[in-house]
Ligand binder design. Structure first.
Ligand SMILES: Cc1ncc(COP(=O)(O)O)c(C=O)c1O
Length: 444
């Protein structure tokens, strides 16, 4: 009974999460041992908060940070609170699957070269769809200019427990790695960990603790800590077997899906042309990206059909849906999914649907994001916002990757794109309220 597991911070017998003492200290030490870090910290407010803690620890107002285009909205919140000055990497979009890919390696290296004075390189690996790129060369290059490297590994906490995934971000030399234990391991929602391997951490330790508390509640939900600790233990003991089982399910699903003419699974061969060397890209077997558009199936058809049959996909766009295999996936679940997908053809009808994509354009800011966010703004009809500076983020959810961020100029292309999509789909978009968005007030 979850209600009986909650306890008050007033009970001192556990120690304190905010002071990292007692049972919490033990849990963090065991976490650090499991991942081979200098230190690891448990955070019960999600990786959304872990990102902010790391940014606030490493960056002062005006410091330059190189940021993945494929970033979660919490990275933009982190940029805003820290007052940092972001330079964004170029987007790499796959129109046939409708997904954002990792940035091309040569582009990351070029941006590092052109922004040697950046304090931080902030990458998102793996992507929401489970794509990873080979990190050691990039991290070494950033370190050669004394840049710290943060890897948002929210979707990759499991990877440390199987050699298939080596090298993961920590093994590649990242200074800070944040992970959501609730995404691909067994923690409750909001369970997150901050791993530290920064050799200069002792200089920053006090700031880190302050920032940890700055972004914490004074009444943390301790059952989340327990769920993180149990997940760590489970994966430390039997992670390899759990991931072998997941790989087996992945292989079964991919083999069976390939036999169905309606579906095509994302494989490395579809990534040719998007990367100089596709061998540097690894597809995580906890995710399967399934394209349904080649067969003329519409998003509404497949979505409604799956929901009716108790299949909740991790996310869907007009071209593909992404399946997430978990540490608790069972043979029955895999068989049910296959049965449902195999039966789909009997429901197929030729419906016409236009496929719309959000334009994940490259981001360049006109004024610093913190300035745009904190300035006096006004809520205007989106259609009247051409050439205005956005004060908020516009973020379709999922995947939670911003289309527009504070400080960016809104173009007619953005407006037409967003209006077209909201008129034809009931997708959740953060930052738009009844057709209005917030922009920076113009000085008359
Ligand atoms: C790449 C990435 N980072 C961070 C987060 C936020 O994680 P959490 O939900 O644990 O706050 C997400 C959530 O989807 C994400 O996809």
């Amino acid at each position: 009974n979850i209600f009986l597991t909650d306890t008050s911070v007033s009970d001192p017998s556990f120690g304190s999460l905010l002071s990292h003492t007692g049972a919490f200290k033990d849990a963090e030490r065991l976490m650090s041992n499991a991942y081979g870090t200098l230190a690891s910290f448990i955070n019960v407010l999600g990786t959304s908060t872990s990102n902010k803690i790391v940014y606030m620890t490493l960056l002062n107002k005006g410091d330059k940070v190189i940021v993945d285009r494929n970033m979660h909205k919490s990275i933009i919140h982190s940029i805003i609170v820290s007052g940092a000055n972001p330079i964004f990497l170029k987007a790499n979009f796959h129109p046939d699957f409708g997904i954002i890919l990792p940035t091309r390696k040569e582009i990351v290296l070029k941006q590092i070269e052109e922004n040697k004075n950046a304090k931080l390189l902030s990458l998102t690996v793996p992507t929401y769809d489970g794509l990873r790129y080979y990190l050691p060369d990039i991290i070494n290059y950033a370190h050669s200019y004394k840049m710290k490297v943060l890897v948002d590994e929210a979707w990759g906490a499991h990877m440390h427990f199987h050699t298939d995934y080596y090298p993961d971000a920590l093994q590649s030399g990242a200074d800070y790695v944040v992970q959501s234990i609730h995404k691909t391991m067994g923690g409750f929602s909001q369970s997150s960990v901050i791993h530290v391997n920064d050799k200069d951490f002792s200089e920053r330790k006090r700031d880190f603790y302050e920032n940890y508390m700055f972004f914490s509640s004074t009444s943390p939900f301790y059952p989340i800590v327990a769920s993180i600790d149990v997940s760590r233990k489970m994966m430390s003991i039997e992670g390899k077997q759990v991931l072998e089982r997941m790989k087996k399910y992945y292989n079964i699903l991919v083999e069976e899906l390939d036999k169905m003419e309606e579906f095509k699974v994302l494989r490395k061969s579809y990534l040719r042309g998007y990367f100089e060397d596709i061998n540097e890209i690894l597809i995580d077997y906890s995710r399967i990206v399934v394209n349904f558009s080649f067969a003329g199936i519409t998003k509404k058809q497949i979505w409604n059909y799956l929901v009716r049959n108790n299949i909740i996909v991790e996310k869907i766009n007009y071209k593909s849906f992404t399946l997430l295999l978990g540490v608790g996936t069972t043979t029955n679940m895999v068989n049910h999914l296959l049965r449902v997908l195999k039966n789909f053809k009997y429901e197929k009808r030729e419906l016409y649907e236009q496929s719309h994509f959000f334009h994940w354009d490259d981001i360049e800011v006109k004024i610093p994001p913190f300035e745009a966010y904190q300035s006096e703004g006004e809520w205007l009809e989106l259609k009247n916002c051409e050439n205005r500076i956005s004060s908020n983020m516009i973020v379709p959810y999922p995947p939670g990757i911003p289309l527009i961020i504070p400080g960016q100029i809104i173009t007619m292309k953005h407006i037409e794109n967003i209006l077209m999509i909201i008129s034809s789909d009931d997708i959740e978009i953060h930052g738009i309220a009844k057709g209005k968005i917030k922009v920076v007030k113009e000085i008359k």
